[in-house]
Design a binder for this molecule. Structure first.
Ligand code: HEM
Length: 225
């Protein structure tokens, strides 16, 4: 086997590993955090029941957001896309409608949350970016611009995946709260939200540049728009 073929096999295995990790983390996050909102939220600690409509907005947000989180990874599997193009289109529509509904509900949750201004800004940036990238992904595929559609879907799903990374960043920070007196949950939540937003955007852009420029070097011009 030549060195080029070997390095392509290693890189393919590496991307499969990463994809599997993303799919498992997405599934685990949705399975842990969404169901409590389907059964009245009684098991959610310190849930704000006083602000009118807050709980309802969380339900309308969390359920479709969970659907987007779980369906997203399958849309990137090349074999599924080529073998079952109709399934890809239907799942894609379900995914995009889920993102739109979850974003609209999140506008209300973000506006009334008691978690502070810095967190509200992070959520509003996420909502705008989530809707904008979803619109670009849809418009590009309507124009049959497949490469651009892929790029915008990578950007969009990376934002969806912020729900996972936010909760991962919270784990060490929550542990730190035991030993750092002045550290409060509100700060842990805010820092995790900003880290997940900025971190995920950086990873997505790195992946896009790395993957599509490398492909461009092999195949010719890279798409713009
Ligand atoms: C990426 C765009 C997203 C935005 C802008 C967003 C925004 C929000 C906002 C504003 C809240 C209320 C927080 C508060 O009041 O302090 C919230 C809570 C929640 N979100 Fe999202 N969210 C997003 C993605 C997701 C995804 C993909 C899931 C899938 C699991 C999800 C699941 C939840 C759940 C379960 C809650 C309730 C709080 C909890 O139990 O952790 N969100 N989200």
């Amino acid at each position: 086997m030549s060195t080029a073929v070997m390095s392509r096999t290693v890189s393919r295995r590496w991307w499969w590993f990463l994809w599997g990790l993303v799919a498992v983390l997405a599934l685990v996050t949705a399975a842990l955090f969404v169901p409590p909102y389907l059964v009245g939220g009684t098991t959610v600690p310190n849930l704000d029941r006083i602000t009118p409509g807050y709980y309802t907005s969380l339900v309308i947000h969390a359920v479709p957001a969970g659907v987007a989180l779980v369906t997203g990874p399958w849309q990137f599997v090349p074999k599924l896309r080529t073998r079952y193009p109709r399934l890809h289109r239907v799942t894609g529509r379900v995914y995009l409608v889920s993102v739109i509904v979850a974003s609209i509900a999140a506008v209300y949750s973000s506006a009334v949350t008691k978690s502070g201004f810095a967190l509200q800004v992070a959520f509003f940036v996420l909502i705008v970016a989530w809707l904008y990238t979803a619109a670009k992904a849809y418009l590009t595929i309507r124009r049959r611009e497949v490469q651009l559609h892929r790029i915008w879907m990578i950007r969009n799903y990376t934002l969806t995946f912020a729900a996972v990374t936010l909760r991962l960043y919270q784990l060490p920070l929550l542990a730190l709260m035991d030993s750092v007196d002045w550290l409060e949950y509100k700060e842990v939540y805010t820092v995790s939200a900003w880290l997940s937003l900025l971190g995920n955007v950086l990873v997505a852009e790195y992946f896009i540049v790395h993957r599509f420029l490398a492909q461009g070097r092999r195949q010719g011009p890279v798409p713009t728009g």
